[in-house]
Design a protein around this ligand. Structure first.
Ligand code: ADP
Ligand code: MG
Length: 237
């Protein structure tokens, strides 16, 4: 179980990343964070993923408090228990697609044939196995996004945090990716996704709206209206 307790984060010049955010996500659940650009979605995901520290509040993972761990210990938790899909993909430019995915397993001491098999399966699950030998610069944004997804799930982490994982994908591929994330949740995983994609609304267990760093649990109709007719399309980012 992933839990944020009263998380607040402020940046310089008064920018608010999170304002007293409390949230519990159970294993088997997939939740979405909607909200305009600059509302704090990435900050919340980064704090959950131990990539950024909050000014106040607590992060708990399976009954253990994980904020304030040493960097070495936090890195261990990240590589074992967390899978991250970054908004900017975060692929290593000199490595092939396959090698980028294998990095996650290497961190856990998994190599050789076991690694190759798992990397292939992960790449197949997102339909990117045909680009195994390509470097990021040799792939489209959508292809890089799928490599980033394969990397996030190859080590079967407890928690997957995905920051706008379908921003570069066509509607069909996006629906497939959300289906895949949902299947991970159904298999007992915990999935948190920041997105602008209305497709996610029909798939997730709970949809939150983030505004000025605070979380709201809006009426589904209200959210759908926002996504399809309101700022949603315009404020994507
Ligand atoms: P979102 O992902 O919803 O677009 P972010 O979490 O990226 O929102 O940003 C929330 C707010 O914090 C914005 O006002 C943004 O400009 C600010 N912010 C985010 N990261 C930084 C940073 N590293 N330094 C300063 N301000 C930041
Ligand atoms: Mg963001």
């Amino acid at each position: 179980m992933l839990e944020l307790k009263n998380i607040s984060k402020q940046y310089g010049r008064g920018a608010i990343g999170a304002a007293d955010v409390s949230l519990t996500v159970e294993p088997g659940q997939m939740i979405a964070l909607f909200g305009p650009s600059g509302s704090g979605k990435t900050t919340i995901l980064h704090i959950m993923g131990l990539l950024q520290t909050a000014d106040r509040g607590e992060v708990w993972l399976d009954g253990t408090r994980v904020d304030g761990l040493s960097e070495r210990h936090a890195a261990q938790v990240r590589s074992r228990d967390l899978g991250f899909v970054f908004q900017s993909f975060g692929l290593l430019p000199l490595l092939s697609a396959e090698e980028n995915v294998a990095v996650m397993l290497r961190l856990l001491g998994i190599g050789g044939e076991a690694s190759r098999r798992r990397v292939r399966t992960a790449m197949e699950s997102v339909g990117i196995e045909h680009r195994a030998d390509h470097r990021p610069a040799e792939m489209s944004g959508g292809e890089q996004q799928r490599v980033a997804l394969a990397r996030a799930l190859v080590h079967a982490p407890k928690v997957i945090l995905a920051d706008e994982p379908t921003g570069e994908l066509d509607t069909t591929t996006a629906a497939h990716v959300f289906g895949l994330l949902h299947a991970i949740a159904e298999g007992g995983g915990t999935v948190v996704v920041a997105t602008h994609d209305p497709v996610a609304l029909d798939i997730v267990d709970s949809a939150y709206f983030v505004k000025d760093g605070t979380l709201h649990l809006p009426d589904p109709d209200e959210l759908e209206l926002w996504l399809t007719e309101g700022e949603g399309g315009l404020a994507a980012g």
